[in-house]
Design a protein around this ligand. Structure first.
Ligand code: ADP
Length: 599
């Protein structure tokens, strides 16, 4: 019940008012009692005290009557002073007592009233004084006692009397009672006011705090948009402003974090490497599409043990200290995957992060490179061996006939030419590979280029008894590209058609425009390319019939160079479907290079 701030405020107010009233009441009541006691003793002093010289005569007369043991006269004298002593008040009585025995002799009340009183300390003081032969006035009054009194010894010769004045303090008690009543009433009114005041205070203090609490709850539930109204400039107002600022900063920070997360999510989603996170229990927490693609199965349906557990037990990976990791290789669906496993976070929320990197292409490249180096070595070794053996024969035999010598030297020259040819082709390929081969782009007439290629091979075709057919018409498009390199491509293709067609064949060169691409087709009626080799004839050093190719001076690099040049022009070169014996090679080229970039 007292947990709410409002109730605490009410309670504090009630306690404050009650304690304040109690302190004020106690102080007032003590002061009033003290005042009455002081007043009482002042009155007594004004009659019996030494301060007033006229008192000496009064006390002297009393003594002389005491000496004569005339109690009535003493009583008469005291009653004469009744006004000064305040004896006419209902609360005050006087008694004339025997100084030695303390027995009642006379008084404003009778013996009975006196007997009801206890032997008070003041009375005992006066009596003990008389017994000791001294005048000791008993005039001490305790504020806590319910009365005030004074015992004045009157001694003369052998006679000793005590004038004892007693006030039962009923006036004080009545006054205090009245005061108490007033204080209680004031307390009740005070309490009522404090309750009302606390409600009023709650309006200015607690309501803003409650609003702040509601705002904090809204922020806690993720709603940063609404700000709390600032109604004052006091501490609560400052707190509210600070809170609003804090919520705004929090919102900005969260937005920044969200942005970063979105960026990471996008990266995670589109990265080519596969990433998958496993919880400590082996379940998949996150995975990107690349993982499922690489492994060929939806990883979220599996757990760690099913995927990698047999090769890399999870316990072992979890026991690693960051930044340590384990790595290995996997094969899935004929793909070679490099796998990296590392623990993330040591606590209960931790787990294992797996990164998969597809190295199939890299491995293939490595293999191709090795194969290429082996091919180059092999291609150069054969002519070199030939050159060496013919040169050695010539050196070691002086009697080689002139004709044979010339023959040998011709072979040496042709082998050197072959090697030069291979080295030149390799250089061209390497330039094309590294992008160092600059293309001299210009617009040229495709028909002119084809004509010039046909003219160049015409002689060779005729020598082989081939019929060279130009099927392309007059209206061929203009093409943008490196004319000499593209002519080199066409020359290679037409040259191959001539080479790989038995004498007396037909070579047809056709061209045209399809959409924005020019096409050239070179068909022959030659030996054709077996189905299993069609895929590979554009590979470096690939030849269907090595002996035949070498015989005709081929290096096995012609079509690879052609493909590189066509690709640099954003075109395509492939084998087209061919009816009957022979081969058709089709080249496609965009007519404008800049349009290609926009496509
Ligand atoms: P090469 O220098 O050996 O001619 P290419 O790269 O130009 O090298 O050709 C690769 C291989 O493709 C040739 O060795 C040959 O076996 C085959 N080839 C190319 N064109 C033809 C064709 N028109 N008819 C048959 N086979 C061909």
């Amino acid at each position: 019940m007292f947990r709410s701030l409002h109730m605490k405020l009410v309670l504090i107010m009630l306690l404050l008012i009650t304690s304040l009233m109690a302190i004020v009441g106690a102080f007032l009541m003590t002061s009033i009692t003290g005042f009455f006691i002081e007043e009482f003793y002042q009155q007594m002093d004004s009659v019996f005290g030494d301060s007033n010289p006229s008192n000496a005569a009064f006390v002297g007369s009393l003594r002389s009557w005491a000496e004569e043991e005339d109690v009535p006269k003493m009583q008469e004298m005291i009653e004469a002073k009744a006004g000064d002593l305040g004896l006419n008040s209902a609360t005050r009585t006087y008694y004339i007592l025997d100084g030695r025995t303390g027995a009642f002799l006379a008084g404003s009340e009778g013996q009975e009233a006196f007997d009801r009183m206890q032997a008070t300390p003041n009375l005992l003081t006066a009596r003990s004084g008389i017994a000791a032969g001294q005048d000791r006035v008993g005039d001490q009054s305790d504020i806590t006692a319910g009365y005030m009194d004074v015992a004045i010894p009157i001694t003369a010769g052998e006679s000793a009397y005590i004038i004892y004045i007693y006030d039962n303090r009923d006036t004080v008690s009545a006054l205090n009672g009245q005061l108490f009543l007033i204080i209680v009433q004031a307390l009740l009114v005070g309490l009522l006011i404090s309750v009302l005041l606390s409600f009023l205070l709650s309006k200015t203090m607690i309501i803003p705090i409650e609003r702040l609490t509601e705002g904090a709850e809204r922020v806690a539930s993720g709603d940063f948009g609404s700000t709390i109204e600032v109604e004052s400039t006091d501490e609560i107002g400052i707190l509210t402003t600070t809170f609003n600022d804090m919520a705004a900063v929090l919102q900005d920070t969260l937005e920044a974090v969200e942005n970063e997360r979105n960026k990471l999510d996008t990266l995670f989603l589109h990265m080519t490497d596969g990433v998958v996170a496993f919880g400590r229990d082996g379940s998949v927490l996150h995975s990107n599409p690349a993982v499922s693609q690489m492994l060929g199965r939806e990883v979220s349906f599996y757990d760690y043990d099913a995927l990698f557990g047999d090769k890399f037990p999870m316990k072992k990976v979890l026991s690693l200290q960051r930044p340590d990791f384990v790595s290995g290789e996997l094969t899935a669906r004929e793909r070679i995957l490099e796998l990296y496993l590392a623990p993330f976070s040591d606590g209960e929320d931790g787990g294992v992060m797996a990164v998969l990197h597809d190295v199939t292409a890299q491995r293939k490249n490595d293999e191709m490179r090795k194969e290429f180096v082996a091919n180059v070595s092999h291609e150069l070794r054969t002519p070199l061996t030939n050159v060496r053996s013919y040169a050695e024969t010539l050196r070691d035999n002086d009697d080689v006939p002139r004709e044979m010598e010339n023959n040998f030297l011709d072979i040496i020259i042709s082998e050197v030419d072959r090697m030069t040819h291979i080295v030149q082709d390799l250089l061209t390929l390497s330039r094309l590979d590294s992008g160092r081969a600059e293309l001299k782009m210009a617009r040229f007439s495709l028909r002119e280029a084809l004509d010039s290629v046909c003219r160049a091979v015409e002689l060779e075709a005729r020598r082989r008894g081939h019929t060279l057919v130009r099927s392309y018409g007059e209206t061929l498009p203009m093409v943008t590209g490196d004319r000499s390199r593209l002519e080199q491509v066409m020359m290679n293709v037409v040259g191959n058609a001539i080479k790989y067609t038995p004498d007396g064949g037909t070579i047809t060169v056709d061209a045209g425009l399809r959409g924005r691409r020019a096409w050239i087709e070179v068909s022959d009626t030659g030996i054709g390319i077996p189905e299993q080799d069609r895929e590979r004839i554009f590979d470096r050093f690939y030849r269907v019939d090595k002996a035949r190719s070498r015989e005709s001076g081929g290096t096995g690099l012609g079509l690879s160079i052609a493909r590189e040049i066509v690709l640099r022009h954003k075109g395509a070169i492939r084998l087209a479907p061919h009816d009957g014996p022979g081969t058709t090679v089709r080249i496609e080229l965009p007519i404008r290079q800049e349009e290609v970039r926009h496509e």
